[in-house]
Write a protein that binds this ligand. Structure first.
Ligand code: K7E
Ligand code: CUA
Length: 675
């Protein structure tokens, strides 16, 4: 879902329809509204959850990790955000991760998660995530649960239909929500020339099978529709992609009315194997663009950002048999492919039924050219020719569908606040269960793969109203856990979530828990400012920059007395945590720092930049309660006036600072290391 605006307005538009079915807009029974089955979601103290649940954070730009079935929150991973907790986006090493062609962009709107796959099943290596607002894709390493890479997407403006992944992680796709003039065109055009000047694009981003590194292999330029969501084909439909698009009206104002005028929008069908052939045959045009590619290196413990300047673009007009359209009722949102790859389920937000297309029929329709004209030169397949059938009267406002691997689909109904279970073979509605309230996405562990694990289903709701203790004007976000092992879906648990979750993917705990990185090997640390032992700690001045090579180990920092810094100096604290042990991070903070702390994992080096803004003594300390003597893990930095002759020096434990002329009256020691 896009925003509160959308919520309100869809509700308004559908008020009359909802009125007729007012029953379904309200909880059916108080029993199911409360109820729950605590025993089935209870994970006893000291026991582990069955699944890691990797949940989008929406407008917080982050990803959160929960346990399923307990709903316990384990970690928040900053992705398109700065994290004062870890220093991500604040430390010198991680700032380049948030670089874009627009400069430093420390926020985004994160909606969808895609876990890497091999042969259509989770392989537990990476999670991919989209940034909607300033189009970006991120890769999260599932051994560190940290953001490893961010790739900006050119020719895009609203990276919503993204990321969706093929069955061997060959590609993740990124299709633009907003059509706009392409980046190399003069964009200074009247907005009402939308129909002539605005274009859509789909990026095919390849994933390096070893390193996971992303690269834009090619883009397809499309008519100026709005792309909403997507899924890759799998099994028999491997090699194809399906995209829902709305605004086939190409409206540029008051979309809530003008983009809902037509009876049908489209599902765009892309034959990406064909696209690869055209690419090989040199049919793609090189286009000049600018986009950032940011990679974090776990050896140097630093990110680099490179601005790339070229992209290859395929035009369907020059590439026949690559792109088709299927008409799809009213503003399709989700387009989901079942585990066999045969059925494509398209959920029209304003439609009264859910069309289910058949891949086999679609292929036949293409072969027999059963077309219903063209749209911007792209063949439109006859609706009935590709249709397996419609789920009739499923509920109101269908958005997303997941699968249990037992032949059933589960569709979220935003307007009627429920999940509807139906059978793929005969499209019969089998069960429905209310959600509290206004469900957006839903997720079944393994649901988008060829082999869903089934068992649980999680609803991500847009409105929580009366479900939790209120917290001022903003109420918590909420997920609900259901048991789907029986014929009837059963509510087990409500759990609050952070940000505004959209999609999520859960993966069995056994696939990840034994391959977690415990610490970084200090001997492999290739950071340019690493300090591999206390004996190497030092402080050096370069002009008005002061570099501190510092170590942390329970329970002291070296050096912990620093003098000779002058007002206005830029001080770089390069802190290496020399512990070689699991769960032993140290933090570093200094008074007046106008960024954040840095939290340094064992064996890692991170850098905090700090400017001396006043004369005096400024304490610094470890922020992570690391030992019984954690409170003792601290030090002092002395700032002297510009022009002062206090020389740079540093020490730990010796308490023998340099005696300078200026200090001779104040200091009671002999010399220490001097620079
Ligand atoms: Cu929230 Cu997937 Cu952006 Cu539907 S989208 S809810
Ligand atoms: Cu190190 Cu507290």
């Amino acid at each position: 879902m896009k925003s509160n605006f959308f919520k309100t307005h869809v509700v308004l538009i559908l008020t009359s329809a909802c009125f007729l079915l007012i029953q379904s807009c309200k909880p059916r029974t108080t029993q199911s509204a409360a109820g729950g089955d605590a025993a089935k979601s209870f994970v006893a103290p000291g026991k582990y959850d069955e699944f890691y649940n990797i949940v989008s954070g929406g407008f917080n730009g982050q990803i959160a990790i929960y346990g399923i079935p307990s709903g316990r929150l384990f970690r928040i991973i900053p992705v398109f955000s700065q994290s004062p907790e870890s220093g991500y986006g604040f430390s010198e090493e991680t700032k380049p991760m948030l670089n874009t062609s627009h400069g430093f962009v420390p926020w985004d709107d994160q909606h969808h998660i895609a876990l890497s796959q091999t042969k259509g099943e989770h392989d537990g290596r990476w999670a991919f995530a989209n940034g909607n607002n300033t189009p970006r894709l991120a890769r999260i390493d599932l051994t560190t649960f940290r953001t490893a890479e961010i790739l900006e997407i050119p020719n895009s403006a609203g990276n919503h239909a993204s990321p969706f992944i093929t069955e061997n992680s060959e590609y993740i796709v990124a299709a633009t929500r907003f059509s706009v003039p392409f980046d190399d065109q003069n964009g200074d055009v009247p907005i009402n020339t939308y129909k002539q000047n605005f274009k859509g694009s789909i990026s095919f981003v390849s994933v390096n099978p070893t390193s996971g590194e992303m690269n834009i292999a090619f883009q397809i330029r499309t008519p100026g529709v709005n792309f909403d969501l997507s899924r890759a084909g799998k099994g028999k439909s491997h090699g194809w992609f399906f995209f829902s698009c709305y605004n086939s009206e190409k409206a540029n104002t008051l979309l809530e009315v003008n983009a809902s005028a037509k009876d049908k929008d489209f599902v765009m069908v892309v034959n990406w194997k064909k696209a690869e052939e055209y690419l090989k045959a040199g049919k793609a045009k090189k286009q000049t663009v600018r986009y950032a590619h940011n990679v974090y290196d776990e050896k140097t413990h630093s990110a680099t950002s490179v601005i790339k300047t070229e992209v290859l673009v395929l035009d369907p007009a020059q590439c026949p048999d690559m792109v088709y359209l299927i008409p799809c009722p009213k503003s399709p949102h989700g387009t989901d492919v079942d585990p066999t790859g045969e059925y494509i389920v398209a959920s029209g937000k304003l439609a009264a039924s859910i069309p289910v297309f058949s891949f086999t029929k679609l292929q036949k329709a293409i072969a027999d050219k059963v077309f219903d004209g063209e749209y911007d030169g792209i063949p439109v397949i006859k609706y009935e020719a590709a249709l397996h059938g419609e789920v009739v009267k499923p509920g109101l406002g269908p958005l997303h569908t997941e699968f249990d691997g037992k032949g059933n689909g589960y569709t979220s109904m935003f307007v009627s606040s429920e999940i509807v279970k139906w059978r793929l073979s005969d499209l019969k509605v089998l069960d429905r269960v209310p959600t509290y309230y206004s469900i957006g996405h839903l997720s079944i562990p393994g649901g988008p793969t060829a082999k869903p694990y089934g068992k649980y289903m999680i609803a991500y709701n847009k409105i929580t109203k009366d479900r939790y203790l209120p917290t001022g004007p903003e109420l918590t976000q909420s997920a609900q856990l259901f048991d789907i092992t029986g014929e009837k879906m059963k509510l087990l648990l409500d759990f609050p979530t952070t940000g505004e979750p959209h999609y999520a993917e859960a993966i069995p705990a056994s696939m990840l828990m034994n391959k977690q990185k415990k610490f970084f090997k200090i001997e492999e640390n290739a950071h340019p400012y690493v300090t591999k032992g206390e004996g190497q700690a030092k402080v050096e001045r370069k002009g008005n920059q002061v570099h501190v090579w510092m170590t942390s180990i329970r329970s002291h920092m070296t050096p912990d007395n620093i003098e000779g810094v002058k007002l206005g100096d830029e001080v770089y604290f390069h802190v290496t945590n020399i512990e070689q042990d699991w769960d032993a991070p140290h933090g570093f903070a200094i008074k007046g720092a106008n960024n954040a702390e840095i939290l340094i994992m064992p064996g890692e080096t991170q850098t905090l930049k700090w400017v001396a803004d006043r004369v005096g003594i400024l304490p610094f300390y470890c922020t992570d309660f690391c030992s019984a003597l954690h409170q003792e893990m601290s030090g002092y930095l002395r700032v002297s006036p510009v022009g002062s002759n206090v020389a740079l020096h540093y020490s730990t434990g010796t308490n023998k600072p340099l005696v300078t002329d200026a200090d001779s009256a104040k200091v009671n020691g002999s010399t220490s290391k001097v620079k």
